[in-house]
Write a protein that binds this ligand. Structure first.
Ligand code: PLP
Length: 364
């Protein structure tokens, strides 16, 4: 007799679930450190825009009403911010939901999806859970080797995932590198360009979103309010693409996938340029400070363009992770990304980074 679990989509039995960073509450309960600094999930150490926080506090008289299922106000503000039309935008419950919608629309047991080795974990999860095959392209010095991608395409390939910058490597690809890929990949393959850490990149040769969207109909760009906007707990992100592609994704999304509180906070956050600029500046300064100090400690860092740094050294990453937690510092081991010798640390405030460096120095 066949078993319930014999009928799971191909890929699900071998799927490794996403492992989130340890929470402050969990670490306090388990290790009782005197102080906790969480540098585990690439969150904004300054938190959200103070204007967005005010909106959250006043949101108490209409919780019985469904949210705007079409997120009209937020889409209008994003359209203004991105110099696009609302019809080119889809709102997701985090940008992860947009990745999942795209996988649901294009991937199945007869297809394959292309992605870089050491790329963001959710690409594998959404691909495998749709029964689709994963094709991984080796990295070049930890960077997505976009020039190699076309060589790995198969007839069955329907989606290509690219994180720019990538988490957990922090490497980025230039606009030119990305354009070359777009020009050499068939228009029948959907390319998903995940720009979760877009604002942290300061290089002049980085991605120019509008030029790409004007030119390619097989492109879906994803962005999030979880990183620079500091709204990770509200789960809100968005996708940018042609009107037709957005129309397809809208057909399969849940009617009220983003809640009213998140929409409202995101509307205020996107207008708070002062907070965004302050967050970018803090990250730039503290990223180079952390990197310099880690190198001085004899550690090998992958140069990062995000709000995190992955490093390795003369330590066992899984042991160091636990020992740091006992001292109240939460970082992230990244064995799941096939990088078992590495630890990833999020760039925090100067005070948080110093606390991490102090405890790390004592443990090495
Ligand atoms: C590269 C990348 N893309 C997407 C996400 C998901 O972000 P969201 O919170 O919008 O679902 C993350 C989260 O860490 C990420 O690192």
């Amino acid at each position: 007799m066949s078993n319930l679990f014999d009928h799971l989509n191909k890929g699900i039995p071998d799927l490794h679930p996403y492992e989130p960073g340890r929470s402050i509450d969990e670490v306090v309960a388990e290790y009782k450190p005197e102080k906790v600094v969480k540098l585990a999930s690439n969150e904004n150490p300054l938190g959200p825009s103070p204007e967005a926080v005010k909106a959250l506090k006043s949101h108490n008289d209409d919780l019985h009403l469904y949210p705007d299922g079409d997120s009209k106000k937020l889409k209008a503000l994003i359209a203004n911010h991105e110099l696009l039309n609302p019809e080119n935008i889809i709102i997701g419950n985090g940008s992860n939901e947009v990745l999942e919608l795209a996988a649901r629309a294009f991937l199945n047991k007869d297809s394959s999806a292309l992605m870089s080795k050491h790329a963001f974990a959710v690409y594998k999860i959404v691909t495998q859970s749709s029964g689709s095959k994963i094709i991984e392209v080796p990295t070049n010095n930890w960077k997505h080797a976009l020039n190699e991608f076309p060589r790995y395409l198969e007839d069955s390939t329907r989606v290509c995932f690219i994180a720019n910058p990538n988490n957990p490597t922090g490497t980025y690809n230039t606009h030119q590198e990305f354009m070359s890929l777009m020009n050499s990949i068939p228009a029948s393959v959907l390319v998903i360009l995940d720009l979760a850490y877009f604002e942290y990149v300061t290089e002049k040769d980085y991605i120019k979103i509008n030029e790409l969207l004007d030119k390619y109909n097989n492109l879906l760009i994803t962005k999030t309010f979880s990183k620079i906007q500091g709204l990770a707990s509200l789960r809100i992100g968005y996708g940018l693409a042609s009107k037709d592609l957005i129309g397809v994704l809208n057909k399969i999304r849940q009617p009220f996938n983003s809640n009213a509180i998140a929409q409202n906070a995101a509307c205020l956050a996107i207008l708070d340029h002062e907070h965004i600029n302050k967050s970018i500046e803090l990250n730039s300064q503290q990223r180079s400070y952390l990197m310099t100090r880690l190198i001085e400690m004899g550690l090998e860092c992958i140069p990062s363009h995000g709000n995190f740094i992955s490093f390795k050294g003369d330590f066992q990453a899984d042991e160091l992770f636990i020992n740091l937690m006992k001292e109240g510092v939460i970082v992230r081991p990244i064995a799941l990304y096939d990088m078992p010798e590495f630890i990833r640390v999020t760039v925090g405030t100067k005070e948080e980074n110093d606390y991490f460096l102090l405890k790390l120095g004592q443990l090495l």
